[in-house]
Design a protein around this ligand. Sequence first.
Ligand code: 13P
Length: 281
Amino acid sequence: MLTPVKDILKMASDANTSVIAFNALDYNMVYAVTQAAEKVKKPLICMLYPEHHTLNNWANPESFAATVKSLASEVSVPVGLHLDHCTDFNYIMRAIKAGFSCVMYDGSMLSLEENIANTRKVADTAHAFDVAVEAELGHVGFAATVSDQTNLDLYTQPDIAAKFIEESTCDALAVAIGSAHGVYKETPHLDIKRLSEINAATDTPLVLHGGSGIPNDQLDEAFVNGINKFNVGTEFFQLYYDTIKDYGRINGDSGNIFDFPNYCQPILIDYLVKKLELSKF
Ligand code: 13P
């Protein structure tokens, strides 16, 4: 059941847990996401990362939205449609037109003032269409560069989070507390104290990026200390790629492309079902 991301975030906040938001690329991945949600009877969010379209030629916002809308309508649990990291105002407007109910404007590489001003501009337009906006304060970098996850200068400062939310009017805030995108070279150590300080200073849902590879005990703590949306991509992508490799290796020349969805979808669903155990709805 396609449901506004804002409503799903409220459900997560009311349940003092986090919804899991999965990046997806195509029909197989979106199908697995919606079916896994139905299996465990929990809401979740499906996200398009714009560069997968603009750089790699995976789904564009219109086809992605159509796929999520169609497959979400086949399940009874809430499924949200979200645009992940975007810095391009026109692309964000394109996604809103296509039906995304939440969009992330990522101004985390800008000065605080520019980040606030640009997020506010996106929010003013998005809100007119009843679309929610996720922003980022501090900067969640890349796990390939270990200092991105350890450099405290990049972390979100609790004392400016409330001002940022008030002035930018964002509806959800991605925080930098020790996670990073991609494959971790060193186990991350989330700064839960900082997270609870940010949570105490704000009443907006907080978002944790760089979800692949964070130990579950740290996630359990993060979810009861203000994280209401948890983004996962890398693990899911790697698994999808592994299914392609394995299918080819197992079937060799006698395999065919038609049977591949029936091979890979159950494997993707199994992974998602396990991951969704973290989400305590
Ligand atoms: P990972 O790819 O590291 O899981 O992070 C996903 C993410 O944060 C998307 O915004």
